[in-house]
Design a protein around this ligand. Sequence first.
Ligand code: PRP
Length: 183
Amino acid sequence: MNGEMGQDILKVLYTEEEIAARVRELGAEMAPKFQDKRPIFISVLRGAFIFMADIVRACQVPCDVEFIAVSSYGDATASSGVVKITHDIQQDISGRHLVVVEDILDSGNTLSFLQQYFLTKGAASVTICTLLDKPERRKKAIHADYVGFAVPDEFVVGYGLDYAQKYRNLPYIGILKPEVYSN
Ligand code: PRP
Protein backbone atom coordinates (compact mmCIF):
# COMPACT_ATOMS: atom_id res chain seq x y z
CA MET A 1 0.00 0.00 0.00
CA ASN A 2 2.97 2.26 -0.47
CA GLY A 3 3.33 4.77 -3.26
CA GLU A 4 0.97 7.20 -4.84
CA MET A 5 -1.56 4.63 -6.04
CA GLY A 6 -1.38 2.68 -2.80
CA GLN A 7 -2.67 5.68 -0.86
CA ASP A 8 -6.01 5.30 -2.64
CA ILE A 9 -6.42 1.74 -1.40
CA LEU A 10 -8.68 1.15 1.61
CA LYS A 11 -7.68 -2.46 2.15
CA VAL A 12 -5.62 -5.12 0.40
CA LEU A 13 -7.87 -8.08 -0.42
CA TYR A 14 -5.25 -10.37 -1.97
CA THR A 15 -1.51 -9.84 -1.86
CA GLU A 16 0.81 -10.47 -4.77
CA GLU A 17 1.91 -13.73 -3.10
CA GLU A 18 -1.66 -14.92 -2.47
CA ILE A 19 -2.62 -14.24 -6.08
CA ALA A 20 0.46 -16.06 -7.38
CA ALA A 21 -0.28 -19.11 -5.20
CA ARG A 22 -3.92 -19.25 -6.30
CA VAL A 23 -3.04 -18.83 -9.99
CA ARG A 24 -0.54 -21.69 -9.70
CA GLU A 25 -3.28 -23.87 -8.17
CA LEU A 26 -5.74 -23.00 -10.93
CA GLY A 27 -3.19 -23.73 -13.64
CA ALA A 28 -2.30 -27.08 -12.12
CA GLU A 29 -6.00 -27.95 -11.82
CA MET A 30 -6.66 -27.08 -15.46
CA ALA A 31 -3.62 -28.74 -17.02
CA PRO A 32 -4.79 -32.40 -16.95
CA LYS A 33 -8.12 -31.44 -18.53
CA PHE A 34 -6.43 -29.69 -21.45
CA GLN A 35 -3.28 -31.80 -21.83
CA ASP A 36 -4.19 -33.29 -25.20
CA LYS A 37 -6.62 -30.64 -26.41
CA ARG A 38 -4.35 -27.83 -27.63
CA PRO A 39 -6.68 -25.21 -26.12
CA ILE A 40 -6.87 -21.59 -27.21
CA PHE A 41 -6.65 -19.26 -24.23
CA ILE A 42 -8.62 -16.12 -25.08
CA SER A 43 -8.03 -13.09 -22.91
CA VAL A 44 -10.76 -10.46 -22.65
CA LEU A 45 -9.04 -7.08 -22.88
CA ARG A 46 -8.10 -5.04 -21.16
CA GLY A 47 -8.60 -6.14 -17.56
CA ALA A 48 -7.49 -9.76 -18.02
CA PHE A 49 -4.09 -9.08 -19.56
CA ILE A 50 -2.07 -9.65 -16.38
CA PHE A 51 -4.02 -12.73 -15.27
CA MET A 52 -3.68 -14.12 -18.80
CA ALA A 53 0.11 -13.84 -18.71
CA ASP A 54 0.22 -15.70 -15.40
CA ILE A 55 -2.41 -18.41 -16.04
CA VAL A 56 -0.90 -19.59 -19.34
CA ARG A 57 2.43 -20.06 -17.59
CA ALA A 58 0.76 -21.82 -14.66
CA CYS A 59 -1.04 -24.21 -17.03
CA GLN A 60 1.80 -25.98 -18.79
CA VAL A 61 0.08 -27.50 -21.82
CA PRO A 62 0.60 -26.79 -25.52
CA CYS A 63 -1.81 -23.96 -26.35
CA ASP A 64 -2.53 -20.94 -28.52
CA VAL A 65 -3.23 -17.48 -27.19
CA GLU A 66 -5.73 -14.97 -28.53
CA PHE A 67 -7.12 -11.62 -27.41
CA ILE A 68 -10.57 -10.16 -27.78
CA ALA A 69 -11.73 -6.69 -26.77
CA VAL A 70 -15.33 -5.79 -26.03
CA SER A 71 -17.25 -2.79 -24.84
CA SER A 72 -20.72 -2.38 -23.44
CA TYR A 73 -23.01 0.03 -25.21
CA GLY A 74 -24.16 3.05 -23.27
CA ASP A 75 -23.37 4.27 -19.81
CA ALA A 76 -20.70 2.09 -18.22
CA THR A 77 -22.19 2.45 -14.75
CA ALA A 78 -25.60 1.21 -15.88
CA SER A 79 -24.65 -1.29 -18.53
CA SER A 80 -27.34 -2.00 -21.10
CA GLY A 81 -26.17 -5.58 -21.34
CA VAL A 82 -25.44 -5.17 -25.03
CA VAL A 83 -21.85 -6.06 -25.81
CA LYS A 84 -19.89 -5.00 -28.88
CA ILE A 85 -16.65 -6.55 -30.12
CA THR A 86 -14.01 -3.87 -30.70
CA HIS A 87 -11.13 -6.24 -31.51
CA ASP A 88 -11.82 -9.78 -32.64
CA ILE A 89 -9.73 -12.94 -32.42
CA GLN A 90 -7.51 -13.68 -35.39
CA GLN A 91 -7.93 -17.41 -36.00
CA ASP A 92 -10.57 -19.97 -36.84
CA ILE A 93 -11.91 -21.51 -33.65
CA SER A 94 -14.23 -24.13 -35.15
CA GLY A 95 -13.76 -27.46 -33.43
CA ARG A 96 -11.34 -25.94 -30.91
CA HIS A 97 -11.45 -26.02 -27.13
CA LEU A 98 -11.43 -22.51 -25.70
CA VAL A 99 -10.50 -21.17 -22.29
CA VAL A 100 -11.88 -17.67 -21.87
CA VAL A 101 -9.75 -15.76 -19.38
CA GLU A 102 -11.37 -12.90 -17.46
CA ASP A 103 -10.30 -10.74 -14.56
CA ILE A 104 -13.80 -10.44 -13.10
CA LEU A 105 -17.25 -11.94 -13.60
CA ASP A 106 -19.78 -9.35 -12.48
CA SER A 107 -23.26 -9.07 -14.07
CA GLY A 108 -22.27 -11.83 -16.49
CA ASN A 109 -23.21 -9.76 -19.55
CA THR A 110 -19.74 -9.94 -21.11
CA LEU A 111 -19.15 -13.64 -20.61
CA SER A 112 -22.64 -14.73 -21.52
CA PHE A 113 -22.34 -12.80 -24.77
CA LEU A 114 -18.87 -14.21 -25.50
CA GLN A 115 -19.83 -17.77 -24.66
CA GLN A 116 -22.68 -17.59 -27.16
CA TYR A 117 -20.48 -15.86 -29.74
CA PHE A 118 -17.79 -18.54 -29.56
CA LEU A 119 -20.29 -21.40 -29.67
CA THR A 120 -21.94 -19.84 -32.72
CA LYS A 121 -18.53 -19.76 -34.38
CA GLY A 122 -18.24 -23.51 -33.83
CA ALA A 123 -16.04 -23.88 -30.75
CA ALA A 124 -15.96 -27.47 -29.49
CA SER A 125 -16.10 -26.24 -25.89
CA VAL A 126 -15.94 -22.97 -23.97
CA THR A 127 -14.41 -23.09 -20.50
CA ILE A 128 -14.55 -19.96 -18.38
CA CYS A 129 -11.71 -19.06 -16.08
CA THR A 130 -12.05 -15.89 -14.03
CA LEU A 131 -9.76 -14.61 -11.34
CA LEU A 132 -12.54 -12.87 -9.43
CA ASP A 133 -16.22 -13.64 -9.17
CA LYS A 134 -18.88 -11.33 -7.72
CA PRO A 135 -21.85 -13.71 -7.56
CA GLU A 136 -24.10 -11.16 -5.82
CA ARG A 137 -24.10 -8.98 -8.93
CA ARG A 138 -25.11 -11.63 -11.44
CA LYS A 139 -27.85 -10.81 -13.95
CA LYS A 140 -27.19 -13.55 -16.50
CA ALA A 141 -27.22 -17.28 -15.87
CA ILE A 142 -23.53 -17.88 -16.33
CA HIS A 143 -21.19 -20.00 -14.30
CA ALA A 144 -17.39 -19.92 -14.29
CA ASP A 145 -15.63 -23.29 -14.44
CA TYR A 146 -12.54 -21.97 -12.65
CA VAL A 147 -12.64 -19.13 -10.11
CA GLY A 148 -9.66 -17.65 -8.32
CA PHE A 149 -11.53 -15.85 -5.55
CA ALA A 150 -15.17 -15.00 -4.84
CA VAL A 151 -15.20 -11.34 -3.79
CA PRO A 152 -17.70 -9.10 -2.01
CA ASP A 153 -19.48 -6.35 -3.92
CA GLU A 154 -16.77 -3.73 -3.38
CA PHE A 155 -14.85 -1.57 -5.85
CA VAL A 156 -11.75 -3.66 -6.47
CA VAL A 157 -8.67 -2.59 -8.42
CA GLY A 158 -5.20 -3.87 -9.22
CA TYR A 159 -3.70 -6.87 -11.04
CA GLY A 160 -5.38 -5.70 -14.26
CA LEU A 161 -8.53 -4.16 -12.77
CA ASP A 162 -8.94 -0.42 -13.14
CA TYR A 163 -10.81 2.62 -12.05
CA ALA A 164 -10.87 5.14 -14.95
CA GLN A 165 -7.97 3.18 -16.50
CA LYS A 166 -5.78 3.63 -13.40
CA TYR A 167 -4.45 1.06 -10.88
CA ARG A 168 -4.17 -1.82 -13.38
CA ASN A 169 -0.47 -2.18 -12.58
CA LEU A 170 -0.84 -2.55 -8.83
CA PRO A 171 0.62 -6.00 -8.11
CA TYR A 172 -2.09 -6.79 -5.53
CA ILE A 173 -5.90 -6.55 -5.49
CA GLY A 174 -7.37 -3.95 -3.19
CA ILE A 175 -10.57 -2.14 -2.34
CA LEU A 176 -10.56 1.45 -3.59
CA LYS A 177 -11.34 4.19 -1.08
CA PRO A 178 -14.87 5.47 -1.81
CA GLU A 179 -13.70 9.10 -1.85
CA VAL A 180 -11.61 8.30 -4.92
CA TYR A 181 -14.62 7.49 -7.10
CA SER A 182 -17.37 9.50 -5.41
CA ASN A 183 -15.87 12.93 -6.15
C1 PRP B 1 -14.86 -5.58 -16.89
C2 PRP B 1 -14.20 -6.95 -16.79
C3 PRP B 1 -15.11 -7.83 -17.58
C4 PRP B 1 -16.47 -7.19 -17.37
C5 PRP B 1 -17.23 -7.95 -16.34
O1 PRP B 1 -14.45 -4.98 -18.07
O2 PRP B 1 -12.89 -6.94 -17.30
O3 PRP B 1 -14.77 -7.88 -18.93
O4 PRP B 1 -16.25 -5.85 -16.93
O5 PRP B 1 -18.47 -7.37 -16.11
P1 PRP B 1 -19.85 -8.06 -16.49
O6 PRP B 1 -19.83 -9.45 -15.92
O7 PRP B 1 -20.84 -7.15 -15.78
O8 PRP B 1 -20.01 -8.03 -17.97
P2 PRP B 1 -14.55 -3.43 -18.33
O9 PRP B 1 -15.77 -3.15 -19.15
O10 PRP B 1 -14.40 -2.69 -17.04
O11 PRP B 1 -13.29 -3.18 -19.27
P3 PRP B 1 -11.74 -3.48 -19.01
O12 PRP B 1 -11.56 -4.98 -19.08
O13 PRP B 1 -11.06 -2.77 -20.13
O14 PRP B 1 -11.38 -2.94 -17.65
